[in-house]
Design a protein around this ligand. Structure first.
Ligand SMILES: [Zn+2]
Length: 467
């Protein structure tokens, strides 16, 4: 049996969070009341002229630099024609053969070695409006009674990133996207939340036999809105293609939707795939010629990128923790704790778990570390409350540490005796074989001590007395 190698390229769309839309002054706030953020330009009234959003252009350049791209000395906007109700002009302003950023390379660190994904291009375009199909079961056009269009999204800035087919597994695709997303978030150009559609990815998938030169026919996978769906979608399509080739069949070029529930891909109707967009240069916009000093300023302002930090951090916390910390945005919390003396493994653990949904104030670093270092000596409630408090105001470590856990047998023994004496029925049932009642007794003792008793000690005492 042949060894098959998946060949995957990705096309990623990112919604920029500029204050205004791409070619007009409307607010870029499409999650507001439908059709309230519109004007003659984004509604395509005759004679309305587009003016490019300079911030969107700068942000695209910034992203291009972070992706190791060359910045074009001259870029053009083109009209990309296709008729669709959510596109009132009948064309989308996009970039075609002269995009802003080309020929990049993005290195994704791995514990088994880094892999590099070539970036064909990153260009700027406007998003279409949003069509909402009403009355169907699936929210798709099939079965819908009618469709509404919300033009708030129409004309908002969108960056499209196209990679080379350098990705060779679903896992690599997931790791690439995760790192790309974090990079975008840290550049401050988009919140890149997949579930909100701020980052959308399509995958071009083909397979070939190990060692085979060239590429076989590819398909395009759409409709995937989380990292895990993308990985599963690619896996499903690779399986389908391998099975097709192995029985002597032929993979047909087509666009597919990934259906999460059935874990299968289904073809889109061919009608939606018309490819002739009749691109031509947008006559209402002059070419974009980024000034050398602007590019140099943006390059100098680039922060240390997540990929670089993962590699450095891996030496302290191991590769997996490093990836988790950086790509979940919890890294700065671990750093805060380490800065005040906590060891890396503990800091990473607390940052990823107890502090995952909490952003402690930097000035609480010393108090947090003092509390974490003595966490076994205080009650769980006090510990949990201190984490929550660390985000809202000054944290008093001494006050928290006063909530000692009671582990002293001589203090707990009379309490245990009283609880048992108060529950003769349960004691009899326990001795009769209802071992599950142990939890009930533990709970009673915890209640008596307002949660301060050490559950381990209480358990041991109860077992001795009930045995
Ligand atoms: Zn507008």
């Amino acid at each position: 049996m042949a060894e098959w190698e998946p060949v995957v390229g990705l096309e990623i769309h990112v919604q920029l969070k500029t204050r205004t839309k791409m070619f007009c002054r409307c607010a870029n706030a499409y999650a507001t009341e439908p059709n309230t953020q519109t004007c003659p330009v984004c509604l395509a009234f005759p004679g309305a002229l587009p003016t490019p959003n300079e911030t969107a252009i700068e942000w695209t350049l910034k992203l291009g630099l972070a992706l190791g791209c060359e910045i074009a000395p001259r870029a053009l906007f083109h009209r990309k024609h296709y008729p669709y109700p959510d596109l009132p002009k009948g064309y989308q302003i996009s970039q075609y053969d002269e995009p802003l950023c080309v020929n990049g390379s993005f290195v994704v660190p791995g514990d088994d070695g880094d892999f590099e994904v070539g970036i064909v291009r990153a260009h700027l375009e406007e998003d279409a409006a949003k069509t909402i199909h009403v009355g169907g079961a699936t929210g798709r056009i099939v079965g819908a009674a009618h469709s509404n269009i919300d033009f708030n999204r129409g004309g908002t800035p969108l960056v499209e990133i196209v990679t080379r087919p350098d990705i060779h597994s679903a896992e690599q695709a997931r790791r690439f996207l995760q790192l790309l997303r974090q990079t975008i978030v840290e550049l401050g150009i988009s919140d890149a939340e997949m579930e909100k559609g701020q980052l959308r990815a399509d995958a071009n998938v083909s397979v070939r036999e190990q060692g085979e030169a060239g590429y076989r026919t590819r398909t395009e996978l759409k409709n995937m809105n989380s990292f895990s769906h993308i990985a599963r979608g690619i896996d499903a399509e690779v399986r389908r293609q391998v099975a097709t080739w192995e029985v002597g069949g032929e993979v047909v070029q087509q666009t597919l939707d990934y259906e999460v529930k059935s874990d299968t891909v289904t073809p889109r109707r061919r009608k939606e795939e018309a490819d002739d967009y009749r691109y031509f240069p947008e006559p209402d916009l002059v070419p974009v010629e980024p000034a050398a000093e602007v590019i140099e300023r943006l390059r100098a302002d680039l922060p240390e990128l997540p990929g670089t930090r993962i590699r450095v951090l891996a030496a302290d916390v191991g590769f997996d923790h490093a990836v988790d910390l950086v790509t979940t945005g919890n890294e700065h919390k671990a750093r805060l704790l380490v800065e005040h003396g906590l060891d890396w493994p503990t800091a990473a653990n607390v940052a990823m778990n107890q502090l995952a949904a909490i952003d402690p104030l930097p000035e609480n670093g010393p108090a947090l570390v003092a509390i974490i270092e003595q966490r076994d000596a205080i009650t769980r409630e006090a510990l949990t409350a201190s984490f929550a408090d660390s985000a809202v105001g000054p944290l008093d470590a001494d006050a928290v540490l006063a909530h000692h856990v009671v582990a002293d047998t001589s203090e707990l023994e009379p309490l245990v005796d009283r609880v048992l004496a108060d529950s003769p029925g349960q004691v009899a049932a326990f001795r009769g074989g209802k071992q599950g009642l142990l939890g009930y007794f533990v709970g009673q003792v915890m209640k008596e001590t307002q949660g301060k008793a050490d559950p381990k000690v209480v358990n041991e005492l109860l077992r001795t007395k009930l045995g």
